[in-house]
Design a protein around this ligand. Structure first.
Ligand code: ADP
Length: 291
């Protein structure tokens, strides 16, 4: 996919607010996809997340389906990042952080006693809010994880393939020896995506991946996500409701209770969440009445 090509159709992603202009692209296609029963890749069973004694997320039960884009939306502080970081055990490093309940990847409990968090992160990659390339060349950024994992194949080929999949190859094929930090913000984020897919994860988590990007780069990332879901399962946290509406197949709406613990209000096909939500809290949120 050449998202940079001048002839590529452009939509203008808006970055704030919500209103009747919300575009739900290819809604029919999504509904058709929903009718096809998809395999569950990640399952949260009554999962609660704690920072010390503070319960940040309570009793979440969810199924994340294969080769779909699932968006987590909800007001700031309702635990979206906490939940997504829990899925690849990123919060293990936070002192006092612990979970209750179960988190299954392909049926295996990721918080089981014998599970190595590093192995989990290999299977569940993560792209962060702010592009964070290593202070290394473009080539080394992409090869880094594969080298650590002892990749035995042709590294140049892997780097090229990953950069092509991340729709970045044409931009950087003559800059492989330059620093990844010298790229534009949008290119850096695609470099981070290339780095993530180079280790062939099953799932890609994205925590507000476009919040530091301009509208054009945002659109490129959304188009890239649509390509990547052919091979990967994607979970994205976004504060941008238009983005969730445009880019995801399934939306999970979270909010928080009086105890400040976040919880899931409803999970449904994106088109339903934005046009016909079951819960009044969801309706109020997606129509901009609160949050
Ligand atoms: P969101 O992504 O929806 O904005 P977060 O997951 O960042 O929400 O935060 C959920 C709650 O957990 C908030 O009350 C926040 O203050 C708290 N929290 C987040 N990270 C930490 C941390 N490292 N230590 C203690 N509390 C945290």
């Amino acid at each position: 996919m050449d998202v940079e090509s001048p002839g590529a159709p452009m939509r203008e992603p808006s970055t704030s607010g919500v209103g009747p202009a919300i575009r739900i692209a290819a809604a029919g296609e999504r509904q058709a996809a929903e009718r096809t029963e998809r395999e569950t890749v990640i399952e949260l069973q009554d999962l609660s997340c704690y920072y010390g004694s503070f319960r940040a997320v309570r009793n979440v039960s969810l199924q994340i389906k294969k080769q779909q884009i699932t968006a987590l939306i909800g007001p700031s502080g309702c635990g979206k990042s906490t939940l997504i970081r829990t899925v690849n055990r990123m919060n293990d490093l936070v002192p006092g952080y612990h979970t209750e309940g179960r988190l299954l990847l392909d049926g295996q409990d990721l918080y089981g006693k014998d599970v190595d968090p590093v192995a989990v992160r290999r299977r569940v990659g993560m792209v962060f809010q702010k592009p964070n390339p290593f202070p290394k060349t473009v080539w080394e950024n992409v090869a880094f994880g594969a080298k650590i994992n002892g990749y035995k194949g042709d590294m140049d080929e892997l780097v090229e393939r990953s950069l092509r999949r991340a729709a970045l190859w044409d931009d950087v094929k003559d800059k492989l020896k330059q620093s990844g930090m010298a790229l534009s913000g949008g290119q850096q984020q695609r470099l981070c995506i290339a780095r993530t897919i180079a280790v062939e994860p099953e799932v890609i988590l994205m925590d507000e991946p476009c919040s530091a990007l301009d509208p054009r780069s945002t659109l490129q990332i959304e188009e890239l996500m649509a390509e990547l879901k052919r091979e990967y399962t994607i979970v994205i946290v976004t504060h941008n409701m238009q983005q969730a509406a445009r880019a995801s197949d399934t939306t999970v709406f979270m909010t928080m209770g009086d105890d400040r613990a976040g919880y899931v209000v409803e999970q449904a096909p994106t088109v339903e969440i934005f046009t016909n939500p079951r819960n009044q809290l969801t309706e109020d949120y997606v129509s901009g009445r609160f949050g």
